[in-house]
Design a binder for this molecule. Structure first.
Ligand code: ADP
Length: 363
């Protein structure tokens, strides 16, 4: 029986538990054995009880759970070859040579590196006397399939990552709460949302909540943004608006990469526009809570597709990442998707914002 393991890694996102459920159940339904690796790559490096066989009923009720019930972590050891050798040894011990990973671009980069090195890791296990030739012979190829779990919606090649719509929903609910009190007191609120390199949450929250001004990393405001923002906010007030909402992405900056923080924006609204202004940093409420219906659907459909991809893979096919493009669940080249994603971050660092915006738009 083929043995397929599922793991969640990197930053958590709502829908990860549903993904594990879908992978486990589709694996069992396909006549294979399902395993879960607990605590991300930490569990893979530690082995033993951290890699557990999963039954159908072990994931009952997981679809509506937030976060990831098998845990996630950042693991320094896996970044080095000895850590990956240890991980490979633990997988061979359990007879596992297929790994479905739900995480961000860092986790998926690590996974592809692991697959690349796998044949040489097998050789090293034999030469070091850790495993016999017979142990490794049936497992000379590692099968990796990626699923993108991230609240930021920051991976190129897919329209939505697992978790981003739950997070967006939570932000909108929070801004609705803020709106009511802002209206009552005619106040301004500067709302900081997550997104270090990716302004998707800030942009879509702004559109969904009718914000007055939005600060995004990919498309920084004009050089005299202070004046521009104040003029726009004043105009909205002159038109009779009783509240002001300005959304700042965590990674917002000006066109010279100077960080724009909520305090700077608050001081401008207080001192230049004369508004009673407060700051709300939404923080981790954006990551928590139950997944929205869209993320339950996405985690289920993509989890099923990931297992199909494992079963159809050959040593020649490049590692796939499961995406959604124009409402269809599709497989894309994992490495290309990561390269395109990292290119946007590089474009931002080089202040080439036109290229960054094109990169975001690109498939
Ligand atoms: P995310 O997956 O959310 O982007 P990280 O970038 O922190 O999160 O990556 C999660 C984990 O994946 C890291 O702690 C590390 O164990 C592993 N990882 C990330 N990048 C690499 C890499 N280049 N090589 C090996 N492992 C990596």
């Amino acid at each position: 029986k083929k043995r397929i393991a599922v793991m969640t890694s990197g930053g958590d996102s709502p829908g990860m538990s549903g993904t594990v459920r879908a992978v486990v159940r589709q694996t069992i339904a396909s006549g294979c054995m399902a395993f879960a690796v607990y605590e991300g790559y930490d569990g893979l490096v530690k082995g033993g009880d951290m890699i557990k066989e999963m039954g159908w009923e072990d994931v009952r009720g997981w679809l509506s759970e937030g976060g990831t019930l098998i845990g996630t972590a950042r693991c320094a050891e896996f970044r080095e070859r000895p850590g990956r050798l240890q991980a490979a040894n633990n997988m061979i011990e359990k007879g596992i040579d297929a790994l479905v990973i739900c995480g961000g671009d860092g986790s998926l980069t690590g996974a592809d590196k692991f697959r690349d090195e796998w044949p040489s890791l097998m050789e090293e296990l034999v030469t070091k006397g850790l495993r016999s030739k017979e142990d490794v012979a049936p497992h000379m190829h590692l099968n990796i399939v990626g699923l993108v779990g991230s609240i930021d919606n920051d991976l190129s090649s897919t329209d939505a990552t697992i978790g981003c719509y739950s997070s967006l929903t939570r932000i909108c609910q929070s801004i609705d709460y803020i709106d009511a009190t802002a209206f009552s007191h005619q106040r301004a609120f500067v709302v900081e949302v997550m997104g270090r390199h990716c302004g998707w949450l800030a942009l879509m929250a702004g559109v969904s909540c009718g914000a007055d001004f939005i600060f995004l990393p990919e498309n920084p405001p004009t050089e005299n943004w202070e004046e521009e923002m104040c003029t726009i906010v004043r105009r909205h007030r002159d038109m009779g608006k009783r509240k002001t909402i300005v959304i700042v992405a965590e990674g917002a900056h000006d066109r010279k990469l100077n960080h724009i923080n909520p305090k700077m924006v608050k001081d401008l609204l207080s001192n230049k526009v004369g508004l009673d202004t407060r700051i709300t940093t939404l923080g981790h409420v954006q990551r928590g809570g139950p997944p929205c219906a869209y993320d339950r659907m996405l985690s289920t459909l993509q989890g099923v597709e990931a297992v199909k991809a494992v079963l159809e893979a050959t040593p020649e096919t490049p590692s796939p990442v499961i995406c959604i493009v124009e409402n269809k669940i599709v497989r894309k080249d994992l490495i290309k998707a990561i390269q395109m994603t990292q290119q946007v971050a590089k474009d931002i660092e080089a202040c080439d914002f036109d290229a960054a915006m094109k990169g975001r738009d690109a498939e």
